[in-house]
Write a protein that binds this ligand. Structure first.
Ligand code: SF4
Length: 340
């Protein structure tokens, strides 16, 4: 690990100095210190934003639920406002990591974590190709062990998936990300904040030889927090399929929010996790679910049909069946849940 200087930010302007390469921001530290240890990042300076005022808290303003970037996963998961108005997000936060990690990890850091691809998460220097670590070195997972990799939105240069659980729930809840930088503040829908490899490579001449962005965050910008419109009558749920319940990243996951009238769905949002480099919204399915009774045998064929667009790799075809099943379970769970 390379030596680096450490300084605590005294105001939000200090955070704007971070360029993402030699100066990086740290808050909970549960992700960034792993990057330093493995050589994924080796900045000369770390700026601690963990004690900055104004980035904390969870509050309801009218029908808008706001969550500060420094709110921890446990704070969010246990908060009564989240449990009442956005239960999918609460469930996702509580399933995201072990209790110790959840006490430190912030939502802002969680959504900016990097892929769990085993070829990527190894100590430098890597004995195999990984374009995300060394552009132009190849992608060992493309034709290697890829059972945990993408079935949507991937490119030959990288087939990794995003590992965040809360991000999947935020996507199904139509959240917006509030960002600040030297040029002021802006708000971006969470659905367009992260990029698939296909999206990131659009217009790039040699994508495999370029360090492609994973989000629309510019150098010097930070996430201030998330805003969710609380839809009256909305119910939501999160289902995570993993190899062990105690603590594990998802094989696939699904977050759903639905509104019902007379026992039928009148509004639906469905997002899949661990199937692409960003949560994958099933927009066509959402339209087809309107008017449908939220029962497993009825919604599952609709979800399976939507999976026709998946492009599985050699070892991950199982995700197609598993993701449809997780989404069906999430729809049923949401329909049975409490109303926001
Ligand atoms: Fe690297 Fe992406 Fe390939 Fe994994 S999938 S080895 S992160 S380029």
């Amino acid at each position: 690990m390379r030596n680096f200087t450490y300084a605590a930010a005294t105001g939000i302007e200090d955070a704007f100095a971070a360029d993402g390469a030699d100066i990086m921001l740290i808050a909970g530290g549960t992700e960034l210190l792993n990057w330093f240890r493995l050589g994924i990042a080796s900045p000369g300076h770390a700026i601690d934003i963990g004690r900055l005022e104004g980035l904390n808290g969870i509050a309801l303003h009218g029908d808008r639920l706001s969550i500060g970037a420094l709110a921890t996963l446990n704070e969010i998961g246990e908060h009564p406002l989240v449990k009442d108005r956005a239960s999918a997000l609460g469930e996702a936060c509580l399933k995201a990591a072990s209790a110790q990690i959840r006490n430190r990890a912030t939502i802002g850091g969680n959504v900016l974590q990097k892929t769990r691809c085993a070829y990527f998460r190894s100590e430098a220097p890597l004995p195999w190709g990984c374009n995300k670590r060394v552009p132009g070195s190849g992608c060992a997972a493309r034709d290697g062990l890829n059972e945990r990799h993408a079935i949507f939105g991937w490119a030959d240069s990288c087939v990794a998936v995003h590992p965040s659980d809360p991000l999947v729930a935020l996507t199904a809840l139509d959240a917006e990300v509030e960002i600040a930088g030297k040029n002021g503040r802006r708000v971006v829908p969470v659905t367009s904040f992260h990029l698939t490899q296909e999206e990131a490579a659009t217009g790039v001449e040699n994508p495999a030889e370029t360090m492609l962005p994973e989000t629309r965050l510019e150098p010097g910008e930070i996430i201030l927090g998330y805003h969710l419109q609380v839809v009256p009558g909305q119910r939501s749920a999160y289902v995570k399929v993993r190899e062990r319940a105690s603590y594990e990243y998802a094989l696939v996951s699904a977050a759903v929010s639905v509104t019902l009238e007379d026992g039928r769905i009148v509004r639906a949002r469905v997002a899949l996790g661990s199937v692409a480099q960003k949560p994958w919204r099933l927009s066509a399915v959402e339209a087809r679910l309107v008017g449908v009774v939220p029962e497993r045998d009825i919604v599952l064929p609709i979800l399976r049909e939507a999976m026709i667009e998946a492009r599985p790799l050699r070892h991950n075809g199982y995700k197609i069946t598993m993701a449809a099943g997780a989404a069906a379970r999430a729809i049923v769970n949401a329909a049975m849940g409490d109303v926001a």
